[in-house]
Design a protein. Sequence first.
Length: 732
Amino acid sequence: MGDYFLSSIDHIMAEISRIELKLQLKIAGMRLDNRRNIKDQFQGLYISEKEVEAIIGVAHDQTENESSRLQKSDIVHLTDSLTQLEKDISLKKEESLCHGITLRLDVLKQLFQLSSFDIDTLLVCLLPEIELKYQRLYAYMQDDVTQKNPTVNLALELLCKSSSEILKTRNAFSSNSPLTKYQFIQLYDSHSSVPTPLLAKSLKIDERILHYLLEIDEIDSRLLSFAQLQQPKLRLDGIILSDETKSLITTLTKQRDQSPVCHLHGDSGAGKKSTAEAICSELGIPILYVDLNRLLLKETAVETIFPLILREGMLQNAALYVDGYDILLTSENGIKLSGDYLLSGLKKYPQWVFVASNKEWRPKETWQERSFVSIELPVPSYSLRQKLWEKYLDKNTPLDRDVDFNNFASKFRLTGGQIRNVIINARNIARMREPGHQNVTVQDLSLFCRNESREVLHDMARKVQPKYSWKDIILPPDLFEQLQEIYSYIKYYYKVYSDWGFEKKLSLGKGLNALFSGPSGTGKTMAAEIIAHELQLDLYKIDLSTVVSKYIGETEKNLSLIFKEGQASNAILFFDEADAIFGKRSEVKDAHDRYANIEIAYLLQKMDEYDGIVILATNLRKNIDEAFSRRMHFTLEFPIPDEDNRKRIWQNMFPIEAPLGKDIDFTFLAKQFQITGGNIKNIAVGAAFLAAQNGKEINMNNIIRAIKREYQKMGKLFTDDDFASYVEMVKQ
């Protein structure tokens, strides 16, 4: 060999030679002390002296005295050889480090604070993994042909110089020692199911450590189901984040002497992994991703598996990324204990640690030994969403001409990950179409935008499938114009608030709140559906029966969930019969009144904080608390339609496919019956069923009879004059 080790393997082989000399010294001492006196007629039940001599390279033809004399000479020679080899190894190690050679045994020693005894124990356990002859040798030394691996006792006697040193060194095999804590070795009972004394336990080097020493760098197979090692590719300038977040990250990466625990929190797809990858790219280190949800599904205890994660990260010199930390923030006892254990390990990890969760979290105690940084990654602002749509809608995505990504950036508060998923799914579904029609359409993008939005409102709301468009609703011109203003408000929301800077002027009340009031059947629900349909947004009709609770605090809890998930779902929240929950505050006469007023005050607060779209509908506007009215951006009064509008409603109510008779007098119906559009709809449907029952077309007779039934249902009195010339049809 040269003046230094050319590789880590060269160093390990030299250290193995050193351990072999120790073995030879031990065996020579055993034989000199006459510790064994077994005759060859027991060949097969033990390891013979001749076989041992063949293994260690000693001649067998001497007499007993000659053998004893030679053994003493051998001990002196072996001792001198060992001393010289130790000096040579030490010098070559220094030269190797000067030449930039990584010596993995030394890396283990420094990373895990291993002692020289620990390293030698690993080498003793390594020998049988390299050559099987050492199994025979260990069996001989332990006077047990079945004991082919070294025991704790053998390691101590081989590597320690005195009984007092043996007693002190036993701590190397305690549960808190590096060898066992990081599972470098396995301690097991060879022959008995009953626990044996520590000295009798067998030793085996861990397979991952064996592979590491042999320069095999594959991740530990026990971690593959929930962990992944990745070389970072993303650069900080290649990810889209706010200027403030990028500035903070740049500052942190410049402080190379510090390795903080960095908490990344935000919705799924907000860029937590991308941010961590970009940081590691700047630092020039790999990143070990760990999925806690998958980890906790394993039957193996966290206390057993987590040291392997820490060990793997340290072996790879990788940053640690712990995903799904939310699961450890629950109050379940077992989970909390696991969380406390993980946290104690993370604090001591030498490289960067990223803790990722949806919720914000801070350690309860101040960390003295480690800096802690919390980075929020909220849903991107409008301007950032524009950039994300531009980034993912690349030249490889064929688009219809009417696709305007600015429109999607405005309507859907999606994270970067969600936007990427929308583009991929829309592109895939477009490719499945016939040639010539494979462009991504507005409908494709809208569909997957809605799919990416969380739909967890179904427990307290009903998702409405909007079917109506502008042509379906008939309203006074001013009211129709106000509806279109609401549509424009939503469509250009982010242009005004973000591009024109109005967002900086307002801290609260940046959502859209609209109040639709008027008698039942005047088009309030239809108007809400039209807005949702034209904007291609989901519409959720809140079920008040599931929201309001008699138990203190439950109503507020339900409302908080509705507003939170409404924001995440990019949906329109529609409160029908809103006066039931948005009613006026009353004078406090008892505890019930006080609590009801608290509910209303809480609602006011949530509406101020909410950035989404809320539409309230009520038949009795005067029952709505004035505080809510002041928070409305639009208040629309839906009147009972006048004669002209009633005629248009009558004419518009029957589908083209419906068989209409020529005798229908729409002018008479509009003039004679002062009813709402909802009533007209009921009458049209009732008349259609009467006509279908008789197997004829829909005629005036069917409609008059249906009007009669509608009046009866409404509890409204009618006279012969109401039906004029058609009164005989009523009497049939």
